[in-house]
Design a protein around this ligand. Structure first.
Ligand SMILES: [Mn+2]
Length: 296
């Protein structure tokens, strides 16, 4: 099925979350949280991610994870991933219990669309209470979500962005098999998986062009992850945004929607004059007024 048709289908059946100019929403994706092994690409950025998420927690943001949050192609064991990154899961769980967490699945965590998987595999051992607690009880993990403005009715469509990609969607079992048994061992000795959208530039551009075309023809803001390459159009260009990833070698990127604006930010280690290190947040693009895109 074509990318266009798949996006339209997901859009048509997506759950709606109302928002307004007082809402604070942060979008991050492609964390690919792993089991802590040295091909766990998230491990490098775990502190950046935790600091960023804490910042958003304190400022009353809603966190929407746009897919590929966990690396479940290379790893089959969700519990090991939760154990390895327990601080992150603990904080995400706090967001969830305050109704401030939404999750979308991608291709690498497509198994989360199976409700049974989500419920039984996502609990953790609470060392204080000495018992197992569910991290996200009864969570529904979506393929797509729509943020709809309470006053104007304008919509922002959110999905991971693997839709219509033959290898990553239709025969994802084959792709996962290759990833788990061929690319993972090869990665351990220094090779990179050439089929991934995230590492293949021609593939990235092709995917981006399809998303841009959909956003223009449907006159609809579309935000995805998946390619690991941030996209932030100026008002008047097109309506396709990408939040980047959390596994860039030196930073993580996020899209913030707050007080009726949208911006692209980067979190990275920085140094002060006295050479102490700190986690800094830097605005890469924006803030732009959302209404300037809506009226296109
Ligand atoms: Mn992906």
């Amino acid at each position: 099925m074509s990318v266009y048709k798949r996006l339209s289908d997901v859009f048509a059946s997506a759950e709606v979350i109302p928002f307004d100019n007082n809402s604070n929403i942060v979008l991050m994706s492609d964390c690919h949280r792993g089991d802590g092994n040295w091909n766990d690409n998230f491990s490098n950025n775990q502190n950046l991610f935790f600091a960023a998420l804490n910042y958003y927690y304190e400022r009353n943001f809603i966190y929407i994870e746009l897919g590929d949050g966990d690396e479940l192609w290379e790893n089959r064991n969700m519990k090991q991933i939760i154990n390895m990154h327990s601080d992150v899961f603990w904080l995400m769980s706090k967001f969830y219990y305050e109704c401030r967490l939404y999750m979308i699945y991608g291709n690498h965590d497509i198994v989360k669309k199976n409700k049974q998987f989500t419920i039984c595999k996502m609990d953790f051992y609470d060392e204080v209470k000495r018992k197992k607690s569910p991290l996200f009880p009864d969570i529904v993990i979506y393929e797509g979500l729509i943020l709809q403005h309470k006053l104007t009715g304008d919509k922002i469509f959110l999905t991971h962005g693997h839709q219509g990609d033959f290898l990553n969607e239709t025969v994802w079992g084959v792709a996962r098999f290759l990833s788990r048994y061929l690319w993972r061992p090869l990665e351990l000795i220094g090779f990179k998986d050439p089929t991934r959208a995230a590492t293949n530039y021609t593939k990235k551009e092709k995917a981006e062009n399809k998303f841009i075309k959909w956003s223009i023809q449907e006159k609809q803001i579309l935000i995805t992850g998946h390619t690991h390459r941030p996209v932030f159009p100026k008002p008047g260009e097109h309506l396709y945004f990408n939040d980047g990833s959390c596994i860039h070698p030196r930073c993580i990127t996020a899209i913030e929607i707050k007080q009726g604006t949208i911006s692209l930010v980067k979190w990275a280690l920085d140094t002060k004059k006295d050479r102490t290190l700190f986690v800094g947040r830097q605005m890469l693009e924006g803030p732009e007024l959302l209404k300037d895109y809506f009226k296109m």
